[in-house]
Design a protein around this ligand. Sequence first.
Ligand SMILES: Cc1ncc(COP(=O)(O)O)c(C=O)c1O
Length: 364
Amino acid sequence: MKINYVRLEKQSKYQSRNLLKIFKNCLDKSIFVNGEEVGKFEKKVAQKCGVKYAVALNSGTDALTLALKLLGIKKGDEVITPPNSFISSTSSIIHLGAKPVFVDVADDQNIDPNYIEKKITKKTKAIMPVHLTGRICEMNKIMKISREYKIPVIEDAAQSIGSKYYNNAAGSIGDIGCFSTHPLKNLNACGDGGFLTTNKKNFYLLAKSLQNNGMFGRNEVKHFGYLSRMDVLQASILNYRLSKLDELIKKRRANFKLYKEFLNREDIFFPEEKEYQFNTYHTFVIQVDKRKELIKYLKKRGIQTAIHYPIPIHKQTAYIKKYGYEKYKNTEKQSKRILTLPINQYLTIKEINFISKTINNFYK
Ligand SMILES: Cc1ncc(COP(=O)(O)O)c(C=O)c1O
C-alpha cells in the first residue's frame, strides 16, 4: 500500500471539469483582478465565519500583516503569540518592527492562556493565538484577558476555517481573524490566497483599501498600502470549493474518529476533542516516543508522514540571531514528539486501519 500524506492530485482530478469551466469563464470575462467573484467570495466566507465582513487577500501571511497594521502595530510594540506555528505568525510581527513575545503551549499544542498575563507589559499591543491543526485555542480565557487589559486579539485561524468553540466560528471571536487558502488548507485555492474577517466596519474599510495599494476607489490614497489582493481566478475557485467545505470537514472528522478507534492509545498521545470544540482536522498530529524510528518504519511500509513543525520558531536561526535563545519547555518537548498522520478526505477506512495497525505494531 502507498499512502501519501496529501492527495491534491485527486482533488484536481475529481474537480477538473468544474475547474476548467471556471478557468474558461475567467478567460471569457478577462477581468482578472478586483472582479465580482472576489466580492462574492468575501460575502460567502464572512457568512461561513459568522462575521459581518471579510477581505479577500493573496495569502494568510498578508492577512496577518494587514491585521497587525489595522491595530496600528509599529516599532517598539510587543505582540504575544506561541513559538510553535508556521513562521509567518512571527515574521509578520517582526516586519512591522514589533517584537514577538512568546508564550509556551499546552498539551493540545495551542497557546497556554494561563501564562499570557505574565508576559503582558506596557508595550503589549496585541495577542495573537494560533488555532493550530484546526482546533481553536481556549478563547474564553484569552478574551477575558483581552477585555481586562484592553488588548485586542488577532486569531491566526490559517488552519481553522469552519472550526468552532462553544459554537462560535474561528475568526469571529477576536477582533480580527486571519485565514490562509494555500493549496494545503481545507479551503484551498490553486495557488496562494487568504482573507481576514472582522465585525468592525472601520477595520473592513481600511483593510479593503490597504490591500489595494491604499486606494479608495480608483484614484484617492489616504494611507500607503500594499498589494495583497486575491485575484479573480482564485476567488472563483474558492467560491466553488466553499460549497464543498462542509462535506470535506465531515470526512476529516470521520477520519479522526476512525483513528481514535483503531490507534492504541497506550503508546501514543493526541488531545481529545472537548465537548465544546468542533475541530476540522487540517492536520492530525500525534505525540510519540521513538519518532525517528517510527517514521522510518512507516515509510518502509508506504506510509508518508510530516512534522508540523520540527524546528520551533524560537529555535530558528533567524530568531536566535535577533533575540537570542530562551527556552519554551512544552514547545520543545512536543517538537521532538509530534508526528502528522495523513487525514485527507480521500483516505479510505482500509487505509486508516492500515496506518493505525502499522503504528500499533511498531510499538508492540
Ligand atoms: C498557522 C499559520 N499561520 C499563517 C500561515 C500563512 O499562510 P500563507 O501560507 O497563506 O501565507 C499559515 C500557512 O501555512 C499557517 O499554517
